[in-house]
Write a protein that binds this ligand. Structure first.
Ligand code: CP3
Length: 344
């Protein structure tokens, strides 16, 4: 590569970059007035995701405002169920909804229509890589099979994913079929994003934390491992960040079981444990998003604690989950300045 190196890619190769590169999960979103303005012009949320002109615009908004080290493609993990014709709707104030899937529908799932349906998203990736500053890493993403399956089975978000857990115990064969189907189509989708210009990809397993030990291995780690295997067979050297929110001690073997280059950590991961995990490779995280809402000393103290413990090793500074609509955009400026001003 010529010119300025992409700092996040250096970290993903295992290097320590000081001060660490930074981006935020959900960095394009409702906390930004310019996002709300484009969102209103686009119409529905899925229209925003499927109109390259709008999706490019909202992806670039946080880059223009803050100069993050990475841009993350603006889309959603639920475009996969949408491409599978599950009648996905984003109802304002109610979160996502879709038709709950049953055993016979799982057995009838077909992959053929998925990538054709997602062409507008891939066009967004191509336009982004052509537009972004050279030094900005472009991240593609998708949901992990378990997290996507929880929405497909319940038909909406739940607080504990009881419907998907129950389904998995009652219909183990159909459930396994659903996970392997999602692993296959999601891996093909990631490969298409990489071919369209994504420099690295993140797999979001936002609901990994509701699983017991055996189920974590079978439903979270194994399908993600399969995805990474498919991606690397097709595109050797592809860089992958895996984020298993709430996984706790299951994180100990998660990198090794999945083959992810970096693992994302939520804010409940103790920094001493994070430091152990960092001995095996890069970590990403893990500031509590509520510290960005609170601002001031709460924000500064949270940032400093992470930098002190993890700043001497391969770290991508991030939140422990997505930034929330209540966050003050000025607190994000303060966060970036503090991270960028840090000296080991
Ligand atoms: O900036 C970025 O991080 C890229 C865009 C992105 C969105 N969703 C945009 C979005 C990404 C990476 C996601 C991932 C996603 N989507 C996850 C995994 C990460 C996580 O946050 O746990 C999940 C579980 C979803 C499913 C989803 N999408 C939910 C539960 C909701 C509703 C909750 C909410 O905040 O309204 C969405 C909608 C959504 N996806 C919004 C955005 C900016 C808000 C929609 C709006 O503008 O009204």
């Amino acid at each position: 590569m010529t010119g300025t190196p992409r700092r996040i890619l250096s970290v993903l190769e295992g290097k320590t970059v000081s001060p660490p590169p930074i981006w935020l999960m959900r960095q394009a979103g409702r906390y930004l007035p310019e996002y709300r303005e484009t969102r209103a012009r686009a119409g529905g949320f899925l229209d925003l995701c499927y109109t390259p002109e709008f999706a490019v615009e909202v992806t670039l908004q946080p880059i223009r405002r803050y100069g993050f080290d990475a841009a993350i493609l603006f889309s959603d993990i639920l475009v996969i169920p949408d491409a599978l014709k599950r009648n996905v709707r984003f109802v304002q104030g109610e979160g996502p909804q879709m038709d709950p899937i049953d055993v016979s529908e799982i057995l009838a799932l077909k992959a053929d229509g998925v990538l054709p349906h997602l062409q507008p998203v891939l066009e967004t990736v191509r336009r982004l890589r052509a537009t972004l500053p050279q030094e900005t890493t472009l991240l593609g993403f998708c949901g992990a099979p378990w997290t996507v399956a929880t929405y497909m089975i319940a038909g909406h978000g739940t607080s504990d994913q009881a419907p998907a857990r129950l389904f998995a115990y009652r219909h183990p064969e159909a459930f396994e079929k659903l996970l392997s189907f999602l692993a296959e189509v999601s891996a093909q989708y990631l490969i298409a994003q990489i071919d369209a210009g994504a420099d690295a990809v993140q797999i979001f397993d936002s609901w990994a934390g509701v699983l017991g030990e055996t189920e974590f291995d079978a439903f979270a780690a194994k399908p993600v491992a399969r995805m990474i295997e498919i991606v690397r067979q097709a595109r050797p050297g592809a860089k992958v960040i895996a984020f298993a929110k709430g996984a706790g001690l299951n994180l100990k073997t998660y990198r090794q079981k999945t083959g992810a280059d970096a693992i994302g950590l939520d804010w409940s991961v103790p920094l001493s444990f994070a430091q152990e995990l960092q001995k095996d490779g890069p970590v990403q995280g893990n500031l509590d998003p509520m510290r960005v809402v609170a601002g001031g000393k709460a924000l500064d103290d949270g940032i400093d604690a992470i930098l002190q413990v993890l700043g001497q090793g391969p770290l991508i500074f991030n939140l422990g989950h997505g930034i929330t609509p209540e966050a003050d955009p000025d607190n994000v400026t303060r966060l970036i300045e503090r991270v960028r001003g840090w000296k080991a």
